[in-house]
Design a protein around this ligand. Structure first.
Ligand code: GAL
Length: 982
């Protein structure tokens, strides 16, 4: 085989030619001088390094961007709310994955209700340890945007308000006295933790949000939150997130925080052109998207995240985010970047347990095309440092193709220009070609110059053209390819450009003298114009990587041209000796240098992978997850090695189910003497009850899950039935019994239940039992106290006679005084089984019946009401592996039952068989023990006679990765621990 042929073959295979079978330590390029990366632009480059953030710094901002120690940054942040991932090792995993994709910050909502089961009580331990979370973010090297509310919305119970707050008289989100005292108490608890972690105190918190999308009119309220934060030592800039685009709310005057920011969730078909608008009314703030759509939530009965993700896909991110940048934004936070799980009673009634959100990192912490796209964008924005100080370029010519539009911005110092092209209708799926005239300090050009080629814009794709840019040591005149990034290693820069499969690419660099151009791989045409000094390269983007080496004096520029899909296989990692590139693995979490020239990579693989590393040639040893690899040096001045596929793992089939019926509360002989008498005659609730005594669960300290009412009355014999209004929020339901006889169920609302003949005991005690499901408290987005919408019974009147009923109520055992503070308020509901430890590991279920699933309850004569199914299974996954699992409920959706799914005592999901769409429940490791025994307990509530029993329960493996973050198991109290049993 001649050498050229070999080269072409290797190129096609995307593999380098091995020039030495290393032989580490070998110093083939020993002359390479390592110098610390420095970007040659007027604006300095600041990125929290992968070695974490250290020291005390200050934060400032101007019209253009945020600055750390006076250095401009492009803030690329993502929302990750720890309370939707009950696992500290899970937090670490998500944060590392964000960092690896090029995010430089994480945005966090702190959820008041998640920390406070009772007024005056705040818990910051275990899965609520936000001090630990903030330390993690700092160590990983992420800035933090803190959003402690007090109101957060976020599709969570009461918009983040604690249950106990619903009983206040004063209107929330105003300066009312009781509300003020309450939220100041919350801020007094959370602010000191945030304060300690501020970058100004040696941490990484750089911004503090005041309230959330506040459309109310109480300026003193807004002002007081900000003043309180200052009093608590918050000295980083404060901001507010204006609702639905830049409306100018709280941009100035009383109640205005320091900076102006806003939220935007557009669809691609109607991308607004308002992104630069804040410059008009908030001239001192950068264009700051506090929330920019990263997907959307799915309601009960919704389409499912699988369907939503067809629209909220990687193209959506590409077109929208580039557009936002094209209008001058330098600060953005993608909501959500990891959505997670509404485990326990976290959801508000509008959403189900999965809050996947179609986010870049899936609920099971897996990475896909959206993550990969964000990696390209985040890395590009960070690489193109002149983006941090731009003004609109208003005089540009429209693209030649009228289907397309171009926005352009220019750095006011370097005059670097950015032309961003897309379809005028962002959702268009047509593939279009165009030319574009640009005028920069380098001259006037019509792009592309090469005859017979064009700029190709596929449907739902945007193009980010950079002109007049200092690319390492060289000058880039322009490129019709997107620049992913470049790294500087010694005297060599390596840059990656990409475009759609088979699209044309043209890159022009400027050299005083004709440089030596070597096409190492691929089909790239070059021509040098000695008059202009322009070196023009023309090529097509395809999946194999075209490699061109340009040598000029003693400087080298290695250009890699490829497709977006192949570019996504590269990871750009910062080390103490500069940035390196790693191609091939599923994930590179971090890279570091030990002993000057030993490279240590940490990462994950999902299959056998060929890896290529572009690192300084001084590197003489590479370790992957602590193991030395056999690396080879290629003629492309890179290193290659292979990684094996992850070890196979076996997933057990779940069997050995134990079964027990409960619903004891419905039976006439049930002893309710220990229940709370529901005898309050007044309530602060704005909705006044239609019953003589208040039957609102919250007024008696029961804020989550099911509550039971038992109403005793002495029958005259004339009573014919009862009208009830059971309220559990949208999609809530309630069920009713008289003297143990089942009267039926209803969705939240009013229903007339008729007593059958012969169930009443005249002149004797009769009991009505009502089980009301609470779907969570409504949000208060409109500042109308809607989180106070009652939960429980609003109406209960016997028909046929005016007989009085004496009610008592029972919710979660202990009410606001939790019996299981480790799992917390959001894990405590009022089912009999929940109150008696049936959810917990080691609960003695031996006497229970053995059943198999699917279980046809009707055949077994099971009555409507609540039954429990329990079993255990063992896992033994390899060390250093991450195997996300989920429970799949397979059943026919005509059956009218609901279920609460507990794993190791944690309520990981709520299920409504007839409504869906969720039937797959992600099991967070930390809750789940990947190397031990796990307990499942499922409470099934059958709403009618035909719906008893339970479908099949299947444990599913969603992926298998080698690597991962070692799982730290949650503190996991067993039955004995919680109930003090020996
Ligand atoms: C925003 C709000 C967030 C969340 C989001 C939709 O308007 O600030 O908290 O509710 O909408 O997911």
């Amino acid at each position: 085989m001649n050498n050229n042929f070999k080269k072409v073959l290797m190129c096609l295979l995307g593999v380098g030619i091995y020039i030495s079978a290393v032989t580490f330590p070998s110093k083939i390029y020993a002359d390479t001088i390592q110098k610390k990366i420095s970007r040659n632009n007027n604006d300095s480059f600041t990125l929290p390094s992968s070695q974490g953030l250290k020291g005390i710094h200050n934060v400032s901002y101007d019209h253009y961007s945020l600055m750390i120690d006076g250095k401009r940054i492009f803030l690329y942040s993502g929302e990750f709310d720890y309370w939707r991932l009950p696992s500290q090792s899970g937090w670490m995993d998500v944060l590392e994955k964000m960092k690896a994709a090029g995010f430089n910050a994480v945005t966090i909502y702190f959820n008041w209700g998640f920390h406070s089961p009772k007024q005056g009580k705040y818990d910051f331990s275990g899965i609520r340890d936000v001090d630990k979370l903030l330390t993690m973010a700092q160590k990983i090297g992420l800035y933090v945007v803190a959003r402690p509310g007090p109101y957060i919305n976020a599709e969570t119970d009461g918009g983040g308000y604690p249950g106990w707050l619903t009983t206040q008289q004063g209107r929330a989100r105003t300066a009312s006295q009781d509300y003020t005292a309450a939220y100041e108490q919350w801020l007094s608890a959370i602010d000191p933790i945030i304060e300690k972690h501020q970058i100004t105190n040696g941490g990484s918190v750089i911004l503090y949000q005041v309230e959330n999308e506040y459309t109310g009119g109480d300026a003193l309220y807004m002002q007081n939150i900000r003043d309180k934060a200052r009093k608590d030592g918050i000295n980083v800039p404060t901001f507010h997130n204006d609702k639905s685009g830049p409306k100018g709310r709280w941009s100035s005057g009383t109640g205005a925080p320091d900076m102006y920011a806003y939220d935007s969730y557009p669809g691609l078909a109607a991308i607004p052109s308002y992104y630069g608008d804040p410059r008009k009314f908030a001239p001192n703030s950068p264009v700051f998207l506090a929330e920019l759509g990263g997907g959307w939530f799915d309601p009960w009965g919704g389409k499912s995240y699988a369907i939503l993700s067809k629209n909220y896909n990687a193209n959506y991110e590409n077109v929208l985010y580039n557009h936002v940048v094209s209008e001058g934004a330098t600060m953005m936070s993608i909501y959500m970047t990891y959505g997670g799980t509404n485990w326990g009673y976290l959801p508000f009634p509008g959403v189900y347990s999965s809050y996947d959100y179609t986010a870049a990192i899936s609920e099971s912490r897996q990475l896909g095309s959206k993550y990969n796209e964000e990696k390209l964008l985040a890395t590009m924005y960070r690489t193109l440092t002149p983006l941090t100080k731009t003004d609109p370029l208003t005089t540009i010519e429209a693209p030649s193709n009228p289907n397309l539009l171009a926005n352009a911005i220019e750095n006011s110092d370097t005059k670097t220009q950015f032309y961003i092209l897309r379809h005028s209708n962002g959702s268009s799926i047509s593939n279009d070609n165009t030319t574009l005239k640009i005028q920069s300090a380098d001259g006037i050009y019509i792009l592309p110059q090469e005859p017979g080629t064009s700029i190709n814009i596929n449907g739902q794709e945007s193009k980010f053209i950079v002109a007049n840019f200092q690319l390492g040591s060289e000058h880039l005149v322009y490129s019709t390819s997107n620049l992913y990034t470049y790294v500087t290693q010694g005297n060599r820069d390596t840059a990656i450009f990409y475009g759609g499969q088979e699209s044309d690419g043209e890159t022009v660099l400027r050299y005083k003298n004709q440089p030596k151009v070597t096409v190492l791989c691929g089909n790239v045409k070059s021509r040098y114009d000695s008059v202009s000094g322009d070196l023009r390269l023309n090529y097509k983007h395809d999946g194999s990587i075209s490699r061109v080496m340009i040598k000029d004096d003693n400087k080298e520029l290695m250009l890699l041209f490829t497709t977006d899909i192949t570019a996504q296989t590269f990871w750009c990692e910062d080390t103490s000796i500069g940035e390196i590139l790693v191609r091939g693995p599923y994930l590179v979490r971090s890279a570091s240098i030990r002993d000057r020239n030993k490279l240590e990579l940490q990462g994950d693989t999902d299959k056998a992978s060929d890896i290529e590393v572009f690192a300084p040639t001084s590197v003489n040893e590479i370790k992957w997850n602590g193991e030395k690899v056999k690396a080879l040096q290629t003629s492309y001045l890179s290193y290659t090695f292979s990684l094996l596929s992850p070890e196979q793992v076996l997933i057990p089939v779940i069997t050995n189910w134990k079964y027990s019926y409960e619903t004891n509360e419905a039976q006439s002989e049930f002893d309710d003497s220990s229940w709370i008498s529901a005898n309050k005659t007044t309530t602060n609730n704005p909705v006044k009850p239609l019953t003589p005594t208040v039957l609102y669960a919250d007024d008696y300290g029961f804020h989550h899950g099911v509550v039971w009412f038992r109403g005793h009355f002495k029958a005259s014999g004339k009573e014919t039935g009862i009208i009830l209004d059971g309220e559990g929020g949208t999609n809530g339901a309630y069920a009713v019994w008289i003297n143990g006889f089942y009267l039926g169920a209803s969705l939240s609302g009013i229903k007339n239940f008729t007593f059958p003949k012969n169930v009443l005991k005249t002149s004797d005690d009769n009991v009505i039992s009502v089980m009301v499901q609470n779907m969570g408290h409504d949000e208060d987005g409109g500042c109308k106290d809607t989180h106070k919408s009652p939960r429980g019974l609003v109406q209960a009147s016997l028909q046929g006679d005016t007989t009085s009923i004496f009610w008592s109520i029972q919710g979660n055992k202990g009410g606001e005084t939790l019996i299981d503070p480790v799992r917390g308020a959001m894990n405590a509901g009022g089912l009999y089984g929940e109150n008696n430890g049936w959810t917990l590991p080691n609960f003695p279920d031996k006497p229970w019946k053995q059943v198999t699933l699917p279980d046809n309850g009707k055949q077994r004569g099971v009555a409507p009401g609540v039954s429990w199914y329990r079993t255990t299974f063992k896992l033994n996954f390899p060390k250093m592996s991450d195997v996300p699992l989920a429970l799949y409920i397979k059943d026919n959706n005509t059956k009218n039952y609901r279920a609460y799914i507990y794993v190791n005592g944690w309520l990981i999901g709520q299920y409504i068989n007839s409504l869906g769409p969720q039937n797959l429940f992600s099991l967070p490791s930390g809750v789940l023990d990947p190397n031990g025994k796990n307990t499942i307990a499922i409470a099934v509530w059958a709403l009618d006679n035909n719906s008893t029993g339970l479908g099949e329960i299947i444990l599913q493996k969603l992926g298998n990765y080698s690597g991962g973050v070692p799982v730290k198991m949650n503190d996991n109290p067993s039955y004995k621990d919680v109930f003090n049993k020996n």
